[in-house]
Design a protein around this ligand. Sequence first.
Ligand SMILES: [Zn+2]
Length: 376
Amino acid sequence: MAAVFAAMWFKGSGRNPSLGPEGPPSPRGEGRNINGEAVKDEIAKVRAELEARLAQVLDAAALEAARVEFLGRTGGKVQALMDRLGKLSKEEKPAAGKAVNELKAFVTALLAAAKERVAALEQAKPAVRPDVTLPGRRPRTGRLHPITQARNEMVEIFSQLGFAVAEGPEIEDDWHNFVALNIPPEHPARDPLDNYYIRDNLLLRTQTSTVQIRVMEQTPPPVRVIMPGRVYRPDTVDAGHSNMFHQLEGLWVEEGVTFAHLKSVLAMFVEAFFGAGTKTRFRPSFFPFTEPSAEVDLSCLLCGGQGCAACKRTGWMEILGCGLVDPAVLKGVGYDPEAVTGFAFGFGIERAAMLKYGVRDIRLFYENELRFLEQF
Ligand SMILES: [Zn+2]
């Protein structure tokens, strides 16, 4: 391209002897001649500068800077040459003007070629490639709440012992929450301060024993079920109490069920859930709906029965209440207490989970603190 324009330039200068290298001196004197020569020299210089400059242009910004420098309306090198044409003599002007116009075409063409080259360069630039050596970002996956995990594990253990799962409503009537469970109207457990009453006859259930009644009302014996679920009590919330928590209740009614079955089922559950070697201890107790009744302790999970601060130096931890179903309860649901016997037990799922996982405060289960929940 440069050669083409150079040829044009010298061809043009050939027609005008005053601009040609071999042309005769202008009759108007050296000054004019020098002016014409100077323009010619300047054009050659601009051409060389442009070629050198464009050789280094690698991006659009540098290209634009070069365009302004050479083709800019004010201060551009081509325009500066055009401005100088006015000072040339009449004889010199046509050839010099043509030469400057050719220079302008040359610059324009070279810039256009450079633009194409820069565009090709930018396209060939590799896209930002992923750095495969960076450590991966693990997506945060959800998991089951520790109470749900504990509940599922309990359900699994009892299902291996032949227990089915039954559920019932959380809003209960007076009959299922109290009367059928042998809790008479004057019993302190019915105190309005100890229950969330909705209406006279309706309340949020305080225990899952209500489901025992519902199951027995609908199913003839034998029944062997566990009943996990939420219960509600207006307790002051502290490290050991919540006004909503989960219970798991068990019931087995069949011909010939004895206290020995109760003890063995609970001993098996305790070893399966809390770990092999965990012992149980039965203490006589009282519940309205069982007779006889007992409370069950675990050998302390921390000290193994030696005695420590967690078990108040006793070596034992309370875990659940149980007993043989009171004949009055069986009669109430239409079972024949002479034909079938049964046992029932119940415990708090939070309480069991706290003992198993070493959680000191029941409130941690409800605060949705991820640092706590992620440990399970
Ligand atoms: Zn202990």
